[in-house]
Every structure is written in C-alpha cells, then in structure tokens.
Design a protein around this ligand. Structure first.
Ligand SMILES: [Zn+2]
Length: 228
C-alpha cells in the first residue's frame, strides 16, 4: 500500500466497471457483486451514487464548501449560515459531512454510497441526508435490509463505518465499506502518513490550509480512525 493509494492519487489498485462508470478496489469487486445480487433477491436494486473518488474530486468538493459556494449542513442536515461562521467552525462543519482531500475512505475504492433504484422517485434529487433513510424515507427499505443483513449474514462482508454518531463523521446509512480490505488500508493510514500527506500539500491549492495543519491531530482522531 502506498501513500498514493491511500490518498486518492492513483487508480492502480482499482477495477473500472463500465455499466456503472465507477472504480472499485480489485479485492472487493466480487463481494460487491454478491452484495448487489443478495439485495436484488429482496427486491432492492443497489445503485452506486459514489465509490472511488480521486484526491482532485475531493479537493473540488472541499474548496467549494470552504468558500461557501456549497451549502454547509448542521448535524441534522439543515443549512448553516456561512457568513456567521469562523474558519474553525467552517472546518469542523465540513468534516461532519465531507472528508479532507487525501483522508477520505472513498479514495480507497472499498467504500460505496448506495441508494435503492427501485424506491427512488423519478426526478427526485437525492441529498444523502438521514431523513431519506429513516422510517418513512425513500430509502428506508434498503436501510432495514442492510440492518437485517448485518445481524444475520455478517453484512455479506460489508459494514457501515458511520453507523453511529461518534462525534466524527455524521451517521451515514448509505455508506457501506468492505470490512477486511478497508481494515487493512485503515491500519496502514497512520498519523505519520497523515502528517506526511499534509506536508506535501500545496497551501495555495487547498482552502483552510493553516486551520487544517493546526488541527491535524483532532482531524485524524475524530474523522479518520474514529469509526463504528
Ligand atoms: Zn460515502
């Protein structure tokens, strides 16, 4: 495992799937196909909203949010007032919902955001917020199926790293991760590696650079290693 694989700067460890137009870690691909077929047997059509994301993709998301060009959300998914927030508040409110570029599990190809195509109303713009997956939400059937799969089938090799609120990343019932392969990647992602990644960043390229550097220990402890 290299720094580049862990921080989204290469696709060498990935497989490209044409029908979804997405990349997946080569060692999870068979399990991903099985998960989809198990779901389909229960009438759930897993649709990949996001799998691998590159450093550059994540940087674009990050910089838009840090400049207030994309809405920042509170813990319940309600919009925050950017103009009233300090740089420190902006930093930590972004991190509740979006990872720091280079520190996203989506860089690994082991983590996937899913919705159910069968219950996705036509024309509905998916927001990936808790209410969509709670009782009465469009994707509650998928959520309940995966809850049941965790209890009865060990999640078919997958789990939700953001299942409970641990004061790091907000609960994300749509975000599934391959247990064994992501565990290996996470154990390789040390504080030393994170520090080396930050040192290699170009300060003019990423918003909130000094705020990030000043809070690196807390970012690592709350938003990288702190999972369910
Ligand atoms: Zn995700």
């Amino acid at each position: 495992m290299t720094l580049n694989e862990l921080t989204g700067r290469t696709t060498d460890h990935l497989i490209f799937e044409e029908n979804t137009n997405r990349y997946f870690h080569k060692d999870i691909y068979q399990d991903y196909l099985r998960l989809k077929s198990e779901a389909l047997q229960q009438g759930i059509e897993l649709y990949v909203l996001s799998s691998f994301r590159s450093f550059e993709n994540q940087l674009t998301i990050w910089n838009k949010k840090a400049r207030g060009e994309r809405t920042l959300l509170d813990d319940d998914g309600n919009a925050l007032r950017y103009a009233d927030m300090s740089p420190n508040e902006v930093l930590f409110s972004i991190l509740r919902w979006s990872a720091l570029p280079g520190a996203s599990r989506h860089h690994w190809g082991t983590d996937i955001d899913f919705v159910d195509k069968k219950t996705w109303p036509e024309g509905y713009d998916v927001q990936l917020i808790p209410s969509e997956f709670n009782e009465g939400g469009h994707f509650s059937k998928f959520r309940n199926w995966f809850d049941h799969s965790i209890d009865n089938n060990n999640g078919f090799g997958f789990f939700r790293p953001y299942q409970r609120d641990l004061q790091g990343v907000a609960p994300e019932m749509w975000h599934l991760s391959h247990k064994d392969i992501s565990a290996k990647l996470l154990s390789a992602y040390s504080m030393d590696l994170f520090r080396a990644h930050l040192q290699a960043l170009d300060p003019s390229q990423i918003e909130l650079h000094s705020e990030i550097v000043n809070n690196q220990e807390e970012i690592y402890n709350r938003f990288v290693i702190n999972i369910s």
